[in-house]
Design a protein around this ligand. Structure first.
Ligand SMILES: CC(C)(COP(=O)(O)OP(=O)(O)OC[C@H]1O[C@@H](n2cnc3c(N)ncnc32)[C@H](O)[C@@H]1OP(=O)(O)O)[C@@H](O)C(=O)NCCC(=O)NCCS
Length: 300
């Protein structure tokens, strides 16, 4: 347990019992950020639906199981006031969630939480964070040595007539994890490993395994990619089209975390008549934004 210099709060390892309170704090923190900046920071519906909240909690429990040493909370006499969840995969450290209660921000709580989480990445060669537009967050990441790459997202209803015929994209399963890990290592230098085990249970998966290229995409419930990696642009493009084909023509779907390193995805989104917007940053340390690759917000 690390006491603050003023000793009115302390930072300690996260426990499973903390997960619900931290999930509520992230809802509160991001709602406050939307209000402060007069914009929605992610195309997902706000407030977070109960099913998305449960998914958040399940993911946090998964990461607490795999990376207990990377998960911390800040607490004062009133209860939990902040949390950070981080993971390391191969030699890459990733920040998955990071929040301090609105009204208590800007007093150094976030600095202590991030410092503790960064300790989990000691010895790592690279770092990745999906960053909001929150100014305090950006200061923290920049101070920690991260480069900030602006990101975009696509959103819209995809008319059926724009969808091309895509060959040899098949449904994936847990038996594809080795294939996906090798794509990950090639594209972002680190396999998702145990996170594939979690994502396979919570998202539909499609896979391409051809002599000319391989790749995979996890889908959002409404269609669109949750995470996509491929060994070349052609394969990545086929996979992205397949995720858009899974959307309903009457319902908006979205693709997020697009860095400028992935113009192929913007080509497809605009060809699919989706809107293009900017939001947030991909924060990288000692690596370039991966491509062809669309990161997941929490597993990157
Ligand atoms: C990001 C967050 C966790 C940081 O926690 P925090 O307790 O506010 O962080 P700290 O007080 O340690 O540091 C904040 C830094 O921003 C600065 N800051 C505070 N308000 C600011 C503002 N309005 N504009 C610019 N900088 C500001 C502080 O001076 C400090 O920088 P310094 O250490 O160089 O002086 C917290 O602000 C938060 O929950 N934000 C909303 C949710 C979010 O966006 N999370 C990040 C997801 S990627």
């Amino acid at each position: 347990m690390v006491a603050s210099p003023h000793e009115d709060y302390w930072v300690r390892p996260m426990q499973v019992d903390d997960v619900s309170a931290i999930e509520r704090l992230t809802r509160e923190g991001f709602h406050d950020l939307d209000v402060r900046t007069h914009r929605a920071h992610w195309p997902a519906p706000t407030p977070r639906s109960e099913s998305r909240s449960e998914l958040w909690r399940e993911r946090a429990r998964h990461l607490l199981g795999t990376d207990r040493a990377g998960c911390f909370v800040a607490e004062d006499e009133s209860g939990l006031i902040g949390g950070a969840i981080s993971l390391r995969r191969d030699l890459t450290w990733i920040l998955s969630s990071y929040v301090v209660r609105p009204g208590l921000q800007g007093r150094g709580v976030g600095r202590q939480l991030l410092q503790a989480a960064l300790g989990h990445g000691s010895g790592c060669l690279r770092g990745l964070i999906s960053a909001s537009e929150d100014q305090p967050a950006l200061r923290r990441y920049h101070t920690a040595g991260f480069a900030l790459h602006p990101t975009m997202f696509l959103r819209g209803k995809v008319p059926r007539e724009v969808l091309p015929v895509v060959d040899r994209v098949r449904e994936g399963s847990a038996s594809d994890i080795d294939l996906m890990d090798s794509v990950d290592r090639r594209v972002r230098d680190a396999a998702h490993g145990v996170d594939h085990g979690w994502m396979v249970r919570h998202h539909r998966l499609v896979v391409v395994d051809r002599s000319t290229g391989s790749g995979y995409a996890y889908l959002e419930d409404d269609g669109g990619a949750h995470l996509l990696g491929a060994t070349n642009r052609r394969t990545a493009s086929d996979l992205l089209w397949e995720t858009l084909a899974a959307s309903s023509p009457d319902q908006e779907c979205s693709i997020g975390h697009l860095s400028a390193a992935n113009p192929w995805a913007i080509d497809i989104g605009l060809a699919a008549r989706m809107e293009l917007h900017t939001t947030g940053y991909l924060a990288t340390r000692d690596m370039r934004p991966p491509a062809p690759y669309l990161p997941s917000g929490h597993f990157l």
